[in-house]
Design a protein around this ligand. Structure first.
Ligand code: FMN
Ligand code: MN
Length: 472
């Protein structure tokens, strides 16, 4: 059976030269976030912090899936196959299997009731204006009170004391379920999973159709049933190989002040109030590893998980455009992985295909993208310089830039006004497409006018033989 722990992924990253081991002491409040952010944005490296100030028994990791290359490591496929592989595997879910506690590493240490102390956990102070430590990597398992079907989603959790955190719930399935508990006047049991295998994490961040257990999707991604184990104090099951589990409940109506928090937009979500998560038990592995998920200004794991789920969903969604006639090559959230802007690479056979594809990007299961750009196969969609060149040289703005006003947009998009009388979760904004493709393949002569002017024999000429010894 395939390894289902974050430790297996870390070993693979390290073996492929993708991981930096920091042995110098790191402070989760003062410098962990800055070191993590710089180590990825300047060196492309994931982080393992082995010595943590004030937390002698712990280690922490960050930036472990922050790029497509790191997803390729998690999936065990080549980088260009990441999105198609995710889309293919997600369509083949596998039921979970239950293992006993003796076979569940997440039960190596069990603390119940008074033993629970979240201040011992090296949660990270992530962005400067956050009020303090947050757990951004909490993958939360709940159950529909009627059907008992599991739902999995992420909820940022500001650490508020030894046994409580805030718990932000945006309007999606988890909120719908929480409202069902509210209507019955019952607390909602929650198991927060911290530090699972990245493919399990990916499934938790994916918006599956209502009633689909995201852990069965994780099984499809792993190619093996996810090993689950029963919780100690709540009627829920959790991935047995995870680093840490927080078990507890949320009482409908009980609220707390929360935020601000540096969010996935790269700006701050304003302070407000959220439900309160009361923790009854903590279980973790021996020598636990805390998953200090970076958030705020991209690039980070939070961006990469959200953007990669969006890329995968759009890949699937767009392949249905034009009855499957669209020759889609790649989908990329750009801007260091910003879910608000998507670049689509395609080969346009007939006029209008690119625009049809872009409209589908702006109206998909994800509200996030508000700018959608199409480029041809000769433009690398992940290279913003090339995308800007294509926009500048291939776009006739009056025809190729189109906007739709007053459409629903992403909850956290500070640039779009809140709907009057509603919570900040409901915003109305403008969506825009930029068709930066050449004329379609069917109009060959016109298309040639947009070809790149390249040096003769660029593909075959090598630089090395012409360099002097010193410059080689
Ligand atoms: C790293 C990360 C952090 C997230 N934080 C939150 C959050 O704080 N609150 C929230 O409602 N959704 C958050 N999300 C989004 C949901 O977890 C995600 O959309 C999920 O798939 C929703 O599942 P559901 O449709 O089953 O409710 C986050 C996603 C990721 C990947
Ligand atoms: Mn769901």
């Amino acid at each position: 059976m395939r390894d289902q722990s974050i430790r297996g992924h870390l070993a693979n990253l390290e073996q492929q030269g993708e991981l930096t081991r920091f042995i110098a002491e790191i402070d989760p409040d003062a410098n962990m976030s800055a070191v993590s952010w710089k180590n990825f944005s300047e060196r492309g490296q994931s982080c393992l912090f082995t010595t943590l100030k004030g937390h002698p028994d712990w280690q922490a990791v960050s930036q472990i899936v922050a790029s497509r290359r790191k997803w390729a490591v998690a999936l065990g496929v080549a980088e260009h196959l990441v999105v198609p592989t995710l889309a293919e595997r997600i369509a083949n879910p596998l039921p979970t299997v239950d293992v006993g506690r003796a076979k569940a590493p997440c039960k190596e240490v069990v603390m119940i009731g008074n033993e629970v102390d979240l201040t011992k956990v090296p949660a990270m102070w992530t962005s400067a204006r956050d009020p303090g430590r947050y757990i951004a990597s909490g993958m939360c398992i709940i159950k529909d009170p009627d059907t008992g079907i599991r739902n999995v989603s992420f909820h940022r959790a500001q650490v508020l004391g030894p046994d409580k955190t805030a718990f932000l719930i945006c309007p999606r399935q988890a909120l719908r379920i929480f409202q069902m508990y509210g209507a019955r006047g019952r607390p909602m049991e929650v198991a927060m999973v911290i530090g699972a295998h990245p493919l399990i994490t990916f499934a938790g961040g994916f918006v599956a159709p209502y009633g689909v257990d995201e852990m069965t999707i994780a099984g499809g991604l792993l190619g093996d049933a996810v090993r689950m184990v029963k919780c100690e104090t709540v009627d829920l099951e959790v991935p047995a190989d995870a680093e840490m589990i927080l078990e507890g409940e949320i009482i409908p109506g009980e609220m707390t002040e929360e935020g601000p928090f540096g969010e996935v937009t790269g700006t701050y979500a304003q302070e407000g109030s959220t439900p309160l998560f009361r923790i009854k038990a903590v279980t973790h592995r021996r020598n636990p590893i805390f998953y200090a998920m970076q958030c705020g200004l991209p690039p980070s794991d939070a961006h990469s998980i959200i953007c990669t789920t969006i890329e995968m969903k759009l890949w699937e969604h767009m392949r249905g455009v034009d009855g499957g006639e669209l020759e889609l090559l790649d989908v990329r959230c750009v801007g260091g992985m910003t879910p608000l802007m998507v670049v689509v690479q395609l080969r346009q056979r007939y006029a209008g295909q690119a625009k049809a594809a872009l409209m589908s990007v702006l109206s998909s299961p994800y509200l996030h993208p508000k700018f959608a750009v199409a480029v041809d196969e000769d433009i690398d969609p992940s290279d913003v310089d090339q995308v800007a060149w294509a926009i500048a040289t291939r776009t006739h703005a009056a025809r190729d830039v189109q906007r739709w006003d007053a459409t629903r947009v992403f909850t956290l998009d500070n640039a779009s006004p809140i709907e009057p009388g509603m919570s900040p979760m409901y915003r109305i904004g403008t969506k825009m497409l930029i068709d930066a493709t050449k004329p379609p393949v069917a109009r060959a002569a016109e298309r040639r006018r947009f070809d790149k002017a390249l040096p003769p024999n660029l593909d075959t000429v090598r630089l090395e033989p012409f360099l002097s010894e010193a410059d080689r």
